[in-house]
Design a protein around this ligand. Structure first.
Ligand code: SF4
Length: 391
């Protein structure tokens, strides 16, 4: 049971998908009903172990995020059981952002209406691409027509906050195709878009196809052009970029992800879920059987945990803060760590500003347009190679 307080953000991982996508290395298993039932039993037990058998009133949740995997491959009844169990054990603040991830091939009008009535108020749709060719290369189970239908059904069900996830830099995808996809997505008027460059992960079928020459990877210049196209087209449509890969209408930024980017605490439940609690980072058992075995002995299913050192806390706060387009709040940083950034990294900020990679805007330090293109390199400059706390 948690000793002092709960974080204001809750993540629930649902580790099932209808079928594994060709690029995916997330923890997910092929859906079947008996494993799903087993999982729900485990999740209920984990929640009870975490908060005790009663409603925890210590800290109302401001965000709940049910992700995966594909949460919506569970039946409506199973999803409602999970949602009701959450509501029975956590206080949800009145303005809670309650997101569920969905694959367009696993929702229909009835399921979406039931979720909306149960209090889910943000739908994150894994659209990913708009042509059948690219969806096929990615190994997605859905068609673009199903994405369009899912958005319509979500609106009819009363969802006023819809995110669409997209992927670019897919082998075979052209800039023109990507621009066309963005235009089609914009026409559906989502409140939020996440656009990620494809990562070819080791061990995935897509990486093997690229490595064996069966598919040509996207070249770097095309990837940069696609990234720029996303920023331009989405901005024109009223979706402002607020994070390296995320775009939103005013007031529709994802509150749950902002918790991560501000390096604040969150509780993650379910196989492979991560938490950051009380200065400790931890991850649950990824394997469903190991997860269940731990819970069956009355133990939390934590596979590993580590204390977050002050140096790592500082680095992560900088790294995550610079992901946001508004940048790192320097005053907030000083209050959190008791010392200004400039004192911890003497000369570094100035040097990166002089190179045109960072800029000061009021109390914020942020990446420039040029810096955004090489964001990881800039962030790694702040790696704590020396004891910055001695400075
Ligand atoms: S739907 Fe998402 S989690 Fe499931 S296999 Fe595809 S990419 Fe992975």
């Amino acid at each position: 049971m948690l000793e002092n307080s709960l974080p204001a953000a809750l993540y629930i991982h649902i580790p099932f998908c209808v079928r594994k996508c060709r690029y995916c290395d997330f923890v997910s298993y092929p859906y079947n009903e008996s494993n799903a039932r087993l999982y729900i039993t485990g999740l209920r037990r984990e929640i009870e172990l975490r908060v005790g058998g009663k409603l925890d009133k210590r800290w109302p949740l401001s965000t709940v995020f049910i992700g995966g995997g594909t949460p919506t491959c569970l039946s409506t009844a199973m999803l409602l059981e999970i949602i009701n169990f959450i509501k029975g054990h956590f206080i949800l603040s009145s303005g809670v952002e309650f997101t569920i991830e969905a694959n367009p091939g696993t929702v229909d009008a009835d399921k979406l209406s039931a979720l909306r009535r149960a209090g889910v108020n943000r739908l994150s749709l894994g659209a990913q691409a708009c042509t059948e060719a690219t969806l096929g290369i990615l190994g997605r189970i859905h068609t673009h027509a199903q994405t369009v239908a899912a958005v319509r059904q979500a609106r009819e069900a009363g969802f006023e906050n819809v995110n669409m996830d997209l992927i670019f830099e897919v082998p075979g995808q052209t800039l023109t195709e990507w621009q066309c996809c963005l235009e089609q997505v914009v026409a559906l008027q989502p409140e939020h878009v996440s656009a990620y460059g494809l990562q070819l992960e080791e061990g995935t079928p897509l990486k093997e196809q690229v490595d064996s020459g069966l598919l040509q990877p996207c070249v770097e210049e095309d990837g940069l052009a696609m990234y720029r196209a996303a920023a331009e087209i989405l901005k024109t449509a009223g979706l402002e970029q607020y994070e390296i890969s995320n775009f939103a209408r005013s007031g529709r930024q994802c509150c749950h992800n902002l918790v991560y980017w501000h390096n604040e605490e969150y509780l993650g439940l379910g196989p492979a879920a991560h938490s950051r609690l009380g200065g400790v980072r931890m991850s649950n058992e990824a394997n469903l059987i190991d997860y269940m075995t731990r819970l069956n002995t009355g133990a939390l299913p934590v596979a590993w945990s580590e204390d977050i050192t002050p140096e790592n806390d500082i680095f992560e706060t900088i790294f995550l803060g610079l992901r946001m387009i508004c940048g790192l709040d320097l005053e907030r940083f000083r209050q959190r760590f008791g010392r200004p950034l400039s004192q911890m990294y003497p000369g570094l900020t100035e040097s990166l500003v002089n190179k045109g990679l960072l800029e000061r805007r009021g109390n914020h330090l942020r990446l420039t347009q040029r810096g955004l293109m090489v964001a990881n390199e800039v962030m790694c400059e702040f790696t704590p190679t020396v004891n910055i706390l001695d400075k």
